[in-house]
Design a binder for this molecule. Structure first.
Ligand SMILES: [Zn+2]
Length: 354
């Protein structure tokens, strides 16, 4: 049995409805399709960790692209295996003697996602033998990087006797282009051709996404707002990673760590324009299955059209970009050749069992 999981980065349901997808439709006709919930915060690393471990952050341990350690007052990117609190599904399979492979866009994610894999590679820095076979990768900020990853996945399925393969693409195109733009249609067409090719080579295929994508017009400076209120707080914007080209580190989710001893909750913050919800840590842990020890005092979520970030003058600024991170980008499509019904994208691996 060859099991394939594809995580199509930033594949908002709107992209699926806007473009013809004969490959996806064929899998759906033989199996099932629908829209399910991704993990909140709706970020790449959180959801990749969720899908490969088949766990929510309270067990996977990955709570953002960035992690804040209040004791040391230090920040770290959550992209290496030290942040994982459980084994990945790929690791569990490898330990059972299966041959497993993982392909991801960014080199940093190889370490986290590729635990225990026989082959673990990135489009950013692939091994020579893979680049020789599939072609030099187009660069991770290229619209073609996702197609390259799916071609590499097809090559591995043809050349290796794999029991399980995980392939995760990049969201550089949906960050830049709305569903009706030609570049997005081309990207969806390439994803769809990849899905069709993977389906031909697998006994069971589940494709889903890590998060959706929305157009954002307002930037809210949470640090400045808390400052203005005289609060001593650390705002950890969760989309922040080392790859600022496509999202400029502007997303719709942040953890707030209060340094003052005030027991005053942050409830007043949700009256601020561009703040949709302030969820106290205990409630956020329950609602989104987050670990209480790694999310500060509150999770702050943006609106469909807002992101959090620095503003030059004042606390609100105009922006024009496409981004994610909040619960508004939580819904993602899925297709499963097994006929499985997914409530959450983290069920993609268990869904393979049919
Ligand atoms: Zn993503």
């Amino acid at each position: 049995m060859t099991h394939v999981i594809a995580c199509l980065d930033g594949f908002d349901p709107a992209y699926l409805s806007a473009t013809e997808t004969p490959g996806w439709d064929r899998v759906a006709a033989d199996g099932s399709t629908g829209v399910c919930d991704g993990v909140v915060p709706s970020l790449t690393n959180v959801n990749n960790a969720g899908i490969v471990t088949a766990e929510f952050p309270d067990r996977s341990g990955v709570t953002g692209n960035t992690y804040y350690d209040p004791e040391r007052d230090e920040r770290a990117f959550m992209n290496d295996a030290s942040h994982l609190r459980c084994r990945t599904e790929l690791q569990r399979r490898a330990e059972r003697g299966e041959t497993v492979a993982a392909l991801v866009a960014k080199d940093k994610l190889v370490e986290m996602v590729g635990q225990g894999c026989d082959v673990a590679a990135s489009a950013e820095n692939p091994p020579e033998w893979l680049a020789a076979a599939v072609g030099e990768p187009p660069g991770i900020y290229s619209g073609k990087a996702s197609a390259w990853l799916l071609e590499a996945a097809v090559y591995l399925l043809d050349e290796r006797d794999l029991d399980a393969l995980y392939v995760s693409t990049t969201d550089v195109v949906p960050h830049k282009h709305g569903p009706d733009e030609a570049a997005a249609e081309q990207w969806v067409g390439e994803l769809d051709a990849g899905i069709a090719a993977l389906y031909e080579r697998s006994d069971a295929l589940v494709a889903t996404a890590d998060h959706g994508m929305n157009r954002k017009s307002v930037c809210v400076d949470l640090e400045a707002i808390l400052d203005r209120e005289g609060r001593d707080a650390e705002v950890v914007r969760l989309i922040t990673d080392e790859h600022t080209y496509h999202h400029r580190n502007l997303g719709g989710a942040a953890y707030v760590y209060l340094r003052d001893d005030s027991t005053d909750a942050l409830g007043w913050l949700d009256d601020v324009d561009g703040v949709d919800e302030v969820v106290a840590a205990d409630e956020a842990a329950r609602r989104f299955r987050l670990p209480t020890d790694a999310i500060g005092d509150a999770l702050v979520l943006g609106t469909e059209s807002s992101v959090f970030g620095p503003v030059e003058d004042g606390v609100h600024g105009a922006v024009d970009l496409r981004s994610h991170g909040s619960h508004h980008e939580r819904r993602v499509p899925y297709v499963a050749s097994t006929g499985a019904t997914l409530e959450h994208n983290v069920e993609a691996f268990p869904g393979l069992e049919g």
